[in-house]
Design a protein around this ligand. Sequence first.
Ligand code: NDP
Length: 336
Amino acid sequence: GKVLVTGANGYIATWVVRTLLEQGFSVRGTVRSASKTAYLRDLFKSYCDKFEVVVVEDITKDGAFDDAVKGVDAIEHTASPFYLKAVDPEEVIVPAVHGTTSVLKSAQKYGTSVKRVVITSSTAAVLTPASEPHVFSEADWNEASIQEVKEKGRDAGGAAKYRASKTLAERAAWEFYEKNKASLSWDLVVLNPPFVFGPVIHAVDVPENLNESARQWYFNVVKGKLDNDALVNDGSSYVDVRDLALAHTLAIQKPPVAGERIIVSASTYKWQDFVSAAHHLDSRIPAGNTSYDPAKAVHLIRYSPDKERRLLGIDFRSLEETTKDTLEDFKARGWL
Ligand code: NDP
């Protein structure tokens, strides 16, 4: 089959494309300017007859994907801004929401061969900041960030603006699907990953220009940017980018996932967990906070693994493996 991957030049999407090609799929990737095509064509040159890349300049325009969806069997929509420095919330909300509805509308009109659409949402669309430990599941929706953006506008926190963009985009996708499903040839699956870490295969010149999550990992783990308090108190949940790519390929192949949103999370972490693993592998990396006791770490936000286990059943890479492979990648780039 043939799969359309939007935002194919991104951190996660390049791994999604690679995994699909490795599994024998043909892939059509979209990027927003012609300057981004050469790197991808080169990266996937061994699959030359199975990989193509097309330019979709403005994903927010109705009809933007009308040509791109023609003749594909499935769509993986990953393109969406992930940065925490938006000034006007609309900067991230408009491309997230309209990018999503524009893909779905094009798929409705011209995606006559499309059987499934997978959207890369986020646990940002699930979580609510918690002061007591709480286990979140697919039944939870992040209303708090939408509310914060509504009340504070430009003064809302950067994370709230991003989280609101992901929540509103995912909600728009489900609303479109519910309203139109009787007339659609495809069903909808949504994947909700937490922070995504692991090696990088997309085009990056310097660490400062890494995507948000890999950049945080590089500076917090390799460059020792966090103080001792933050190292043991700050953290979240994560998944390896290669496991998330696998989830994207499973999501287009498994019939029972139709109509589901699925949290894809390997584990909780505190930054010191990665720092300890990295220091163990390479003594040039600062040891960090050596008084850390992982058994005493408090994780206020956890995610239920049940649905992922039942529907996808991924054997997640260990934190050590993610750390080792990421360090090797950064070494090969001369960043370490
Ligand atoms: P990247 O920044 O590496 O990739 C983002 C992709 O979206 C790029 O192709 C980018 O294109 C495209 N994009 C961003 N803004 C726009 C816009 N306004 N118009 C058109 N295209 C746009 O990030 P990731 O790979 O990390 O993110 C991919 C998806 O995964 C996003 O939906 C993100 O929300 C989600 N996600 C990521 C997590 C993470 O920790 N990395 C965690 C949970 C979800 P360009 O290069 O041209 O800017």
